[in-house]
Design a protein around this ligand. Structure first.
Ligand code: V47
Length: 475
């Protein structure tokens, strides 16, 4: 018999030794019960010197949700234009229209990218860009349908994950359907048109940090948190899944990160209620009756009052966690799981799939004088995101920004996903690297195995992929 050697160097076990922080005991008890952590708990997780216990707790939650599975995908990023009407201080990516280095891709370029993607077995095209002041609305529907149709002509499917909430609002303005007094109208109009063209989901960008002071200082002109959340709410109502990001380590405070996480999990409470999830009161006692989807549909604020208790801080939003034992993941409700096979129900509302903590890269930005966050802060922030966002099924360590070695540590600290093969990435260039940032599938799988997990290829919606060379299907 061959002995299996566990090659995982487990950070938490290796070093929880000398100074465990007794003040974390009640948080640990809440984590064991799958109970929602408060902002005060979050503050303690950020300030304790005992980062290893924080990591251990996040790892516990991650294993409860995903066991020893770690996800990756085969994808491509396509930045269609870096021309942007905004000048966010943290951003190194944007150019003004006639500035050297400004680019806008035409459909021939897009088709070539799709051909290469299909040739390499990709399942997803992730496409975002700046807020181009002059492109017509038809450019964006063409972009989406060109990706979809070119892939189909080549006998494949590419899931189109495209446009941040910021771009969606910009498109509503370009199409002249944006009404400040009825934001839902224009957002819905744009999303419906894009969905018809083949849009499959929204990426999580453009959220930055949900704080007005930080917003006005570092990304004035961008949509604020309420509008960002509106776009995602409307997308969910249309059955589109979305992701969320948090950009940290610049001029925000750690408290701002916690408020951001809290706003996201309350938005997810609403989305999951519409899927029929039951709420739990803060003490973790299950409410006996839940009218879930029906009530929530009748009132987009989910303020049905039928869930038997009020949510926190006086709102009527039910608290819905995924971290209690035997709670199904939303993708298993939407698509079925190996133990409960099902099929895609297109009328299922959408939800947030993953939180992606993005560490700020100062180089080349107007905030270049700031140091940016380093290793332990990155680990801690990701672990806290796993603990606070108890209703997000996935936490992604985006290896392009975190680096692959760091993503391995993050898999042991709460992350269950490292994104994909990527290939071209223009938004940040780690250590001055070029925009060509590609790893092959074998390298991703090896990194995951070395970290002690089983690599599983997923599609954009977190279904497992069965593959034979470049042919694949979601199961
Ligand atoms: O919104 C811009 C960030 C985001 C910098 O949904 C920066 O699966 C760090 O959202 N330092 C775009 N970050 C990337 C993004 C994303 C990435 C991977 C996967 C997914 C997903 C989404 O990049 C922007 C902004 O927050 N960003 N400049 C910078 N200097």
């Amino acid at each position: 018999m061959t002995a299996t050697i566990d090659r995982r160097v487990h950070l938490a076990a290796a070093s929880s030794g000398p100074r465990p922080d007794a003040r974390l005991a009640d948080i640990a008890a809440k984590v064991d019960r799958g109970q929602r952590l408060s902002l005060q708990d979050g503050e303690r997780l950020f300030t304790t010197p005992d980062i290893w216990t924080v990591i251990q707790l996040a790892d516990k939650v991650r294993r409860r949700l995903h066991g020893d599975t770690a996800f990756y995908n085969i994808n491509r990023h396509l930045n269609y234009s870096n021309v942007c009407a905004l000048s966010c201080k943290f951003c190194e990516f944007y150019r003004k229209k006639d500035e050297p280095g400004a680019y806008t891709r035409d459909m021939d370029y897009v088709k070539n990218q799709v051909r290469e993607a299909v040739e390499n077995g990709a399942t997803e095209m992730h496409s975002v860009g700046g807020l181009h002041p002059y492109l017509p609305f038809s450019y964006y529907t063409d972009l989406v349908s060109t990706i979809r149709d070119t892939a189909r002509e080549l006998g494949s499917e590419l899931h189109v994950k495209a446009f941040t909430a910021v771009e969606i609002v910009h498109l509503a303005k370009i199409a002249k359907v944006y009404k400040a007094d009825d934001r839902t109208f224009g957002i819905r109009w744009v999303l419906e048109k894009l969905k018809d063209a083949g849009l499959g989901s929204l990426p999580g960008g453009g959220a930055e940090v949900f704080d007005d002071r930080v917003h006005d200082e570092a990304y004035k002109g961008k949509i604020r948190s309420d509008v960002w959340l509106d776009v995602h709410r409307v997308a969910h109502d249309l059955g589109l899944n979305t992701n969320a990001t948090i950009l940290y380590g610049h001029i925000e405070q750690r408290h701002d990160r916690l408020v951001h996480m809290d706003m996201l999990r309350r938005a997810q409470d609403r989305a999951l209620a519409k899927m029929g999830y039951k709420g739990v009161p803060p003490e973790g006692v299950e409410v006996s009756r839940c009218q879930g989807a029906k009530d929530a549909d009748q009132n987009t604020d989910a303020s049905s009052g039928h869930l038997g208790y009020s949510g926190d801080e006086g709102s009527d939003v039910p608290i819905i966690t995924l971290t209690r034992p035997n709670t199904p993941l939303p993708e298993h409700i939407a698509f079925g799981s190996p133990s409960t096979p099902g099929h895609l129900n297109t009328s299922t509302p959408g939800y947030f799939q993953t939180i992606i903590p993005l560490p700020f890269f100062p180089d080349g930005s107007e905030l270049e004088h700031l140091p940016g966050p380093a290793g332990l802060e990155n680990l801690r922030t990701l672990a806290i995101a796993r603990l606070m966002l108890d209703n997000f099924p996935h936490v992604k360590a985006f290896w392009i920004m975190q680096t692959l070695p760091m993503a391995q540590l993050m898999l042991q600290s709460g992350a269950d996903d490292i994104d994909g093969t990527v290939v071209w990435y223009d938004i940040t260039k780690v250590g001055g690297s070029s925009t060509h940032q590609e790893v092959n599938v074998w390298t991703l799988q090896k990194a995951i195995r070395e970290a002690g997990f089983q690599p599983v290829e997923r599609d954009t919606l977190y279904r497992r992929v069965e593959r034979s060379g470049k042919s694949w299907r979601s199961v």
